[in-house]
Design a protein around this ligand. Sequence first.
Ligand SMILES: [Fe+2]
Ligand SMILES: [Fe+2]
Length: 192
Amino acid sequence: MDDRNLWRSRASALVEATLTRPRIGHSREVARLASELCDRFHGDEEKGYIGGMAHDLARELDVAEILLLAETDGQPVRDWEKDSPMLLHGRAAAAILLKHTGYSDPETLQAIRDHVTGRGSMGMISKIVFAADFLEPTRELVSPEFRRRTIALSLDEMVLAVLERKMHFVRQARQALSPDSLSLHEELAAHA
Ligand SMILES: [Fe+2]
Ligand SMILES: [Fe+2]
């Protein structure tokens, strides 16, 4: 097995050993769509695949475990993350992937951390995993029409459309918007 397949297989095996069936299916679809988008936008397909596969590794843990894992990346836990610790499931997932497989590519780990809320100044792999998480075809809250229209856009337009839809859901649920989502929105809307 060459190195490429080795890391993909390790990430897939970890996801299969960690998550429940529906979420394994979601993770596979995000990996598939993220690698397709990497191919289209000239990103590293392996990073998209592994980022997509591993992004929700911590999604089924309880908040106390998520907090502990997230803190291992050395970054501070900010006030809004303390208020809604599920926002940290990306940071916790990156920590799990690193700890259990040794996969340490910084861009991929950052994409996994960024997938929950987005963030200003995201790199290409972060943008791709963020969009693929929302647009993969098994997500029921996304209509086929929205998916088709959004996937056809440029990468920044795609991320903006996904972000606006996610922000709409957050507002509908009367939850607070993360400052990271707001700074991504400001950045993308300025160039739209
Ligand atoms: Fe997630
Ligand atoms: Fe997800």
